[in-house]
Ligand binder design. Structure first.
Ligand SMILES: Cc1ncc(COP(=O)(O)O)c(C=O)c1O
Length: 368
């Protein structure tokens, strides 16, 4: 019987059979007696395997866990041969943007940055490319790229990788839409409690094998405790997401109606340029939004330091609501992020407390 993802994330990755423990334990082990499938701790661990089983089932592929989201992404980018070509968005997660710049500078790859919301431009830039990287919704501008149309238009030889960190497999299934690879920072919504760093790639069996070899050779293995916590986070993902997503929409609506706000970027708002596409390719609009207040950078800084429920901190996807001025970093500015842009990660607190907190902080920011 095929099970729903909400069931798979609760029931998957557990020992079975009479007398079995209900939970896969935290396995702390670096070596194995000879004669078995695994020889050394860098090649596998039961706790990682339990997490990977669940992620693979959810995404419809094989999962390979890494020590962080950026380690997972780096392993995927390393599938491109030296001197190969990568197409990436003009605006996306700044850590990867910086890494791609470094790859170009050191001669490891040719990088073409392109507006990922313009499918024709992506496909044009992708001619002869080894890999196209998209991130949808993107961090922090919440741009939506058309996964199915890009997958459909690419040559067979060009890999399509999607960073699905903002969506998790519950809201978007890139492999089913035709992508070859989906990457998550499990540090964020999947882990969900701001207490671990981990990444995961889901893909077809041969590519997963190459990624496992990469992990073994280059060593970006997840910690067992992190894998245990990430799996524990996955167990409650469906209910966390439901609440956080409803909170995000309510916050976006409040911001959309405020006279102190210039604009709000949330794909769940009908006037977001990617709304129709997001509605088609996502099962929900997610927990992230960005906005700009009137009054520029100073007002933005005032707002972020005036909140009492939202923590003024970077990162995203946890049970706790966070807010930060995102546009004040050098690499964000270089990508064209407005200097006063604020990025907000909705948590699972009571919506009325979040709305009241945001409202009072907007008043303080505006009054100067
Ligand atoms: C969209 C996205 N992808 C990847 C990463 C990198 O993940 P990690 O911090 O787990 O290395 C981040 C981190 O913020 C992110 O926002």
């Amino acid at each position: 019987m095929e099970r729903h993802p909400e069931t798979a994330m609760v029931q998957g990755g557990r020992p079975t059979g009479p007398g079995a423990m209900l939970n896969t334990p935290l396995v702390l082990n670096s070596t194995f007696r000879v004669g078995g499938e695994l020889g050394y701790g860098r090649s596998g661990n039961d706790t990682w395997a339990a997490f990977e089983d669940v992620m693979g089932e959810l995404e419809g592929g094989e999962a390979v866990a890494f020590s962080s989201g950026i380690a997972a992404a780096s392993a995927v980018l390393d599938l491109v041969p030296i001197g190969g070509t990568i197409v990436a968005p003009t605006s996306f997660y700044m850590g990867l943007w910086s890494q791609l710049g470094e790859r170009a500078e050191s001669g490891r790859a040719n990088i073409h940055f392109v507006d990922q919301t313009d499918t024709a431009a992506v496909l044009n830039a992708a001619q002869g490319a080894d890999l196209v990287w998209i991130e949808t919704p993107s961090n922090p501008l919440m741009q939506i790229a058309d996964i199915a149309a890009i997958a459909e238009g690419l040559d067979e030889a060009t890999l399509l990788a999607v960073d699905g960190t903002f969506t998790t497999p519950l809201l978007q299934l890139p492999l089913a839409l035709g992508a070859d690879i989906v990457v998550h920072s499990a540090t964020k919504v999947i882990g969900g409690h701001a207490d671990l760093l981990m990444g995961v790639v889901c893909t077809n069996a041969p590519t997963a094998e190459r990624l496992r070899d990469h992990r073994y050779t280059y060593g970006a293995t997840p910690g067992s405790l992190e894998a245990f916590l990430a799996l524990r986070g996955l167990r409650t993902l469906a209910v966390r997401l439901e609440r956080a997503q409803a909170n995000a929409l309510a916050l976006a609506e409040l911001l959309g109606e405020s006279d102190y706000v210039k604009y709000v970027l949330y794909p769940g708002l009908t006037w977001h340029p990617g709304h129709a596409l997001a509605k088609r390719q996502m099962r929900g609009f997610g927990t992230m939004l960005s906005f700009e207040v009137a009054g520029g950078e100073q007002a933005a800084a005032r707002l972020c330091s005036a909140t009492k429920v939202f923590a003024n901190a970077t990162s995203l996807g946890g049970v706790e609501s966070l807010m930060e001025v995102r546009g004040n970093r050098e690499s964000e500015r270089a990508m064209g992020t407005p200097a006063a842009l604020i990025r907000l990660s909705a948590g699972i607190e009571h919506v009325d407390d979040l709305l009241a907190d945001l409202q009072q902080a907007l008043t303080i920011a505006h009054s100067g």
